[in-house]
Structures are given as C-alpha cells and as structure tokens.
Design a protein around this ligand. Sequence first.
Ligand SMILES: Nc1ncnc2c1ncn2[C@@H]1O[C@H](COP(=O)(O)OP(=O)(O)OP(=O)(O)O)[C@@H](O)[C@H]1O
Length: 502
Amino acid sequence: MTQQPLLQVHNVSKIFGATRALSDANLEIHAGQIHSLLGRNGAGKSTLVNIIAGIYPPSDGAVLFEGQDLRTLNIFSRQELGIRLVPQHENSFPHLTVAENIFTGLLPTRHGLVDWKEINRIAAEELGAYGLHVDPRAKVSELSSIDARKLNIIRAMHSGAKLIILDEPTTALTNRERAELFEFVRDLRAMGTAFIFISHYLGEVLELSDSISVLRDGRMYPVENRAEATEARLATLVAGEDVELSQRHRDEAPGPEATYVVVHGLASEGLQDVSIDIRRGEILGVIGFPGSGAREFCRTLFGISKVTAGSIVADGKELHLSSPAEAIRQGIAYISFDRHREGIMPTFDVNENIGISSQAGKLRRAFGFIDLALQKSLSNQYRDALKIRTNSIDDDINSLSGGNQQKVIVSRLLNTDPRLLILDEPTVGIDIKSREEIIGTVLELTRGGMSAIYLTNDYEELLRVADRLVFFDEGRIVTVLDNEGITIEQLTAIRDRAKEGV
Ligand SMILES: Nc1ncnc2c1ncn2[C@@H]1O[C@H](COP(=O)(O)OP(=O)(O)OP(=O)(O)O)[C@@H](O)[C@H]1O
C-alpha cells in the first residue's frame, strides 16, 4: 500500500510508576484494514489503545493520524478526527432509547425543542443502513447483547469514525452472534473503516484480521507472513513459549457412588423442575443459549435467584440458600461472568479483594477481629500460584489489567475453601497462558475432591474439562451425557436439537 497510513504509532512507550507497560511500540494501519492485537493479560494492549484514543499521553514517542501529530489533541478532538474507542464494557446509556444513544450530545432541535419524530426517523434510517433492525424507541437495556454491541459501533460511525478500536467485542457472545458481528465489521471495512480488534481468541483473530501484532511484556511483535499464521504459532508468540493445554482424563470422572449434591425438582425464576446429582470431585459442564436456564441454574445454586420449589441436598442435609453469603457458608462459591458488576471491589486493594469473602470464615478471630497477617500470607500465596501480575498485593485493584483482576476473583473464591465451585464463563478476557493456569488450578482442586459446575460458551474448553455435559433449554435439563468422544460439532448439534425440541 502506498497511500499515507491512517494511523502511525512511532516508538511509543508508557511507564506507570514502577511498571513499564509499553516499550517502543510501532504500528501502521491503513483505511479499510482490520488489525488485531493479541497478548497476555497485562501485556499492554489497553495501554496502547488508550494512548491512541488520547485517554492518557505516552511517556515517549508519537501517534499520527492522517499524517497529523496528535500530541496536543485530547480524546474529544481525536474523536472529531475519526478515532473511536469502543470499550469492552458497554459505553451506551442503557436507560435511554436507541435513538437517544446514537444522538447523545448531538440532538437535532426544531424551534429550540428537541424534535423526537425527526430523531427517530433519522435513527431508523441510519440503523437500517448499517443492517441493525431494531426500534429506535426501544430502551438499550432491552436489546440483545449482540444488538447492543452493534449499536456501540453505529454510534461511532454516526460521529464519523474512520478508525474504530474494539476492545474484546466478542466477550460472552454466542458463536452465532460472533459470526453476525464479524459480518457487520467486514461490511464496514468494505466502506473504508479501519479497525483495531483486541481479542484473546486466536481462531477469531485469524478469521477476521488483515494483519496481526502480538504484545508481550510491553513489546510489540508484528506477525510476519500473515497468510501462514496458525493458532499454534500465535499461541507461542503470545506466551513466549509453547503452551501446554490442560486436559481432564476420562478415568478421572467420578461415578454415581460419589454423589455429593442432589438437586431435586428445583425451580426459580427461569428454571423449572431441574433434577440432577453433582458428584464429589466432578466437573459438570453446563450448556445452553442465554435464557435456557443454564446460567439461572448456576445463580440459583449460589443463592442469587430465590428457590420457588424443589430442594438442594448436600451430603444428606438440605441447604436453604437464601443469599450468596449463606451459599459461601455452605461451601459454595461462584465466579460470575460479569466480574465488573459482581466481582471487583473497586475501592479495595488486591489483598482486600482476595480476603473479603473469607472474613466470616477462616480469617475470623475472637471478638470479631480479622487475622490480617493470615490474609496477607494467603493473598501472597494466591498471587504466586495464579501468577497475578502486580507489583504488590497492596496495589489498587484498578491498576491491574482485566485478566489479572479475574485471577484475583478466582483467588477470593478459592480462599473460601469451597466444596462446590461454580464457574460462569471463568476464562472470558483471559489470555491463553493464564487460562491454562486457571483451568489447571480447577483440575487440581477437583482431584482433591472439590466439585465444579462449569458454564462456558467456549466448547473446546468445555470438552477438555467436563466429566459430564448437561444441556438446558427453556428452563429445564433436556439431556445429560458423559463427555466421552464428543466433538464440538456433535455438541453444537445436540444443543440445537434440544432447542428445536427434537
Ligand atoms: N493506570 C495504571 N496504573 C498503574 N499500572 C497500570 C495502569 N494501567 C495499566 N497498568 C499496568 O500496565 C500493564 C499493562 O496493562 P494493560 O491494561 O495495558 O494490559 P492488557 O494487555 O490490556 O491486559 P488485559 O488483557 O488483561 O486487559 C499491566 O502491568 C498493568 O498492571
């Protein structure tokens, strides 16, 4: 390509206190190009895109857009030039309508009044032009996650974006929604829009991108020979070494004699008449579309959703899980798919985030005192075991990268010494190496007798870890299978058949 690049990043570095988050990064992107950024948690991906978007300045180096040095421009001036960052977490306003979201700050007026009829008409036209067929008067909170994500991109397009940065846009989307999003992005690329795409899924990076670079420890490595790149090659580049995938072995699956929890006729909001036993040391894989009951099952077992009928009996004793705190007391822990809303305590440091759920348990001493020394020593152990990347456990949790925050949450739950660990999309936003560290820890603990319920949309991962597979649809269990010789294609076919009621 001979024309001037849209974006040029020249020798950009960033230092936060004692952390060198980025060293001499270089990157060029042209109009109509999709460039993917890969890297482990904490490798510097967000730092790089935040510098491009103008959220903070580089410590060194320069960013040019259409040949113009952006040094003196803040985030808003950069947006006007056409750079838009679409963050991982929805940046739309859920309580406003679709049209209001598109026009935020730019509402057309008539005689000084906001002209809603006109706004809704233009919004409908614009949505249609980009292939999003939703009612402009609908509240954003009512949209499906795929439509909400498309809306975020359309908002960017509406303000004249030429370069859109998508930070892990496929998180928690189903495979079908993912394909739909990619088609949408490709259509925009054909109109000349450029993209920076951040993802931990090597397969989707290979599928979508025109060019790829890997960030490792703040250094950038462009992937040469794009056409010859493979998942294995990318995985090695990301980790800086070969990654060994953890695998559950068939002969490790406990039999029915190891029954630990018996769920009988369970009902709650979105769940009806669910009966299943969970065995000691078992990893029970859970599968279903959103709203199928799979996630509702997990949340009911953790006391988030109220039981309306049926029973949960552990070792012969009925559990009354009136709240998550009660569930923790009963030895049940839950890792939420939504760590930002339900997991991280943003005003606490790493150590406090790990210890918070154990204060009623093993950290408690006489007269309500908490054993702070024990908490610190345990936090340090988790930091080493799960390789949490932080200078110290006293660091502010917000200074950790997203994936490392997730490891803190895993540590917090393990710190409650659960007998049943419920994992709801535990590796979303987690790089390949950290993912294997988390999976390895779960496998190790189940070998020691802990039971686990594992819900993920990543079927490759599920087939590697689960002993049995439980399919949900319309709030009920429709099929239970031993995970023996099942392929991803078969699993998808069974799930779809369940949906069609065959
Ligand atoms: N505001 C900050 N203050 C201190 N350190 C920070 C700050 N932001 C990032 N860091 C550190 O800089 C390094 C790079 O973090 P960054 O968020 O760019 O990683 P990432 O590749 O986006 O990771 P993830 O995939 O987990 O989100 C990490 O060590 C992180 O702890």
